[in-house]
Design a protein around this ligand. Structure first.
Ligand SMILES: *[C@@H]1O[C@H](CO)[C@@H](O)[C@H](O)[C@H]1NC(C)=O
Ligand SMILES: *[C@@H]1O[C@H](CO)[C@@H](O)[C@H](O)[C@H]1NC(C)=O
Ligand SMILES: *[C@@H]1O[C@H](CO)[C@@H](O)[C@H](O)[C@H]1NC(C)=O
Ligand SMILES: *[C@@H]1O[C@H](CO)[C@@H](O)[C@H](O)[C@H]1NC(C)=O
Ligand SMILES: *[C@@H]1O[C@H](CO)[C@@H](O)[C@H](O)[C@H]1NC(C)=O
Ligand SMILES: *[C@@H]1O[C@H](CO)[C@@H](O)[C@H](O)[C@H]1NC(C)=O
Length: 473
């Protein structure tokens, strides 16, 4: 089945549950776009690879923290595509070292969402990513009639030239020169009203190039009506290449930043957004949701919401949490407190765009040791699945054999994921401990597999993260 065909299964939901305002999007798991049981192992390798790149970038941010990690405005030879009727924006980039500072690493998300953008509204399918601050889409701008514009391989592009609400950000503006430096704006400005351009680089060689613009995003409300959000900063990508984008038209920025769609939409819809993640191995017709506003209007049943502090602004644009420790089978593991210390060089984030759960070495070792002990009876297998170091023949496995792992937060909340979220399926008859190690110092990441079968509410207004067990329907 082609990817294009798979995309036909993604629907935008306009729910008329009751009279209140709320916005609900259907989410699907990115890796469900490559169906087939035999692909399970390959899929795991692929997601482990994109995780590794992303986590290196997150950890660099933690080490550099704010300010020092701020990206530089860079001059390079990027020309907006199509200016000269040639296929621009491809190869001409000055240096590879830029890639290690690339925030685009945060774009390798796993869940897709369909969004309507422009006037009249056009549909695009984006990766929903809590680690991205910019919302961008493959896009065609100023290419009317030019045969050479855009890539022939693209499935879908946002036609900025057909949208009456598309307004490019001038390259001479303070927004371009200062504020958007954090989003890789280029300092190149041939004439003051030329669009502010950007150049996102990925560590794996992917990149996306384009221009910043203000656009209108249309939301369907839970009451069946539509709401338009104006002046949303979007990236119009004239070129995007790399593995990260094969399944989507772009990225929806749900990170904590002045320019993220989540923050802008949250301001309009009750200060929060939430999502519910179905089992990461669910078939693609089983969907979960991304909601702006109150989830109560969307009728997803959540067993019991628990709340912990959502720590904003310490590892931008990520959502950090104050972890106290991890217990396995009721025994608190011996992990140094500094591993979780957000005020220093540790800490933990909750991220929709990382798949595996990543623990820095001083946390990884005791967690793995405690879980391995319960798996002594199974034959260990030597598979080459990136960071998944402990895999075993799961013939005769029963989740009840594994002690429960609990993530304890400083304020007393406990997150107790089901065993299948950390003893994960790798292939038929094969399971692996679903943790990856990261270098210390650095951040630990609660990935989306650990988040599955739970509802997550990011309450930006109240600096509060809510979560609860849910079937997501
Ligand atoms: C585009 O054309 C202009 C003038 O025709 C030229 O100055 C400029 O260098 C060209 N840009 C590229 C990328 O070829
Ligand atoms: C874009 O929107 C911002 C507000 O979000 C506004 O300050 C800015 O002037 C707008 N720019 C353009 C080019 O419309
Ligand atoms: C967001 O905007 C506010 C006020 O405009 C500013 O104080 C703050 O530093 C900005 N935050 C970021 C992350 O740029
Ligand atoms: C999804 O599709 C499978 C068959 O492909 C079917 O058995 C199952 O009931 C469907 N689930 C939903 C929620 O539609
Ligand atoms: C919410 O779901 C429950 C159980 O599925 C159902 O009984 C109820 O009618 C639903 N409420 C609304 C407003 O759709
Ligand atoms: C697991 O072990 C069983 C026998 O105990 C064997 O039949 C099966 O092939 C093994 N599976 C794998 C994936 O090694």
């Amino acid at each position: 089945m082609s990817i294009l065909h798979s995309l036909l299964f993604i629907f935008f939901i306009a729910d008329s549950v009751n009279g209140h305002q709320g916005v609900k999007y259907e989410l699907i798991h990115r890796h469900d776009l490559h169906p087939g049981g035999g692909a399970l192992l390959e899929r795991l390798r692929e997601l482990a690879h994109s995780d590794a790149i992303r986590v290196r970038a997150i950890s660099r941010r933690v080490r550099l923290k704010q300010g020092a990690g701020r990206r530089q405005v860079r001059e390079n030879r990027y020309e907006p595509a199509c200016n000269n009727g040639s296929r621009g924006g491809g190869a001409e980039h000055s240096s590879g070292e830029l890639s290690i500072h690339s925030g685009a690493d945060y774009g390798a998300g796993q869940y897709l969402v369909k969004m309507r953008v422009g006037s009249p509204a056009q549909k695009v399918v984006l990766i929903a990513d809590t680690g991205s601050d910019l919302t961008w889409s493959n896009c065609r701008y100023k290419c009317r009639g030019a045969r050479s514009c855009g890539s022939r391989h693209r499935r879908r592009v946002f036609r900025a030239d057909r949208s009456s609400s598309f307004r490019t950000v001038p390259c001479s503006s303070t927004i371009c020169k200062t504020d958007l430096a954090n989003l890789f704006s280029l300092s190149r400005c041939p004439s003051p009203l030329d669009p502010c351009s950007y150049d996102y680089r990925y560590s794996d060689g992917s990149a996306t190039l384009g221009v910043f613009a203000n656009e209108t995003v249309t939301f369907s409300l839970t009451n069946g009506r539509k709401a338009r959000l104006h002046d949303v900063l979007v990236g119009c990508s004239e070129s995007a290449r790399g593995q990260s984008f094969v399944a989507a038209d772009g990225v929806m920025g749900l990170g904590y930043s002045n320019y993220s769609l989540a923050v802008k939409a949250a301001a309009r819809f009750g200060g929060k957004f939430s999502y519910c993640l179905v089992d990461h191995l669910s078939p693609k017709n089983v969907s979960s949701y991304l909601i702006f506003g109150s989830h109560k209007e969307v009728n997803i049943s959540v067993v019991r919401m628990r709340y912990t502090e959502l720590v904003l602004g310490v590892i931008n644009p990520f959502y950090a949490v104050n972890v106290k420790g991890i217990s396995v089978g009721g025994v608190m593991l011996d992990i140094p407190a500094e591993v979780w210390d957000l005020s220093s060089v540790g800490g933990a984030i909750v991220d929709s765009g990382t798949s595996l759960t990543v623990l820095t070495q001083p946390a990884y070792q005791p967690v793995m040791a405690a879980l391995r002990e319960s798996l002594q009876g199974f034959k260990r297998l030597d598979l080459d699945i990136g960071p998944l170091e402990y895999c075993f023949n799961s013939t005769g496995f029963d989740a009840a054999m594994v002690p429960r792992l609990v993530l304890h937060f400083v304020d007393g909340a406990r997150f107790e994921p089901p065993v299948k979220s950390y003893v994960i399926d790798a292939a038929p008859g094969v399971k692996c401990l679903g943790f990856a190690a990261a270098a210390w110092p650095g951040a630990s990441v609660v990935g989306n597999i650990l988040q599955q079968n739970h509802f997550w509410e990011f309450d930006i207004g109240k600096s509060r993260l809510g979560f609860g067990t849910s079937s997501c329907v």
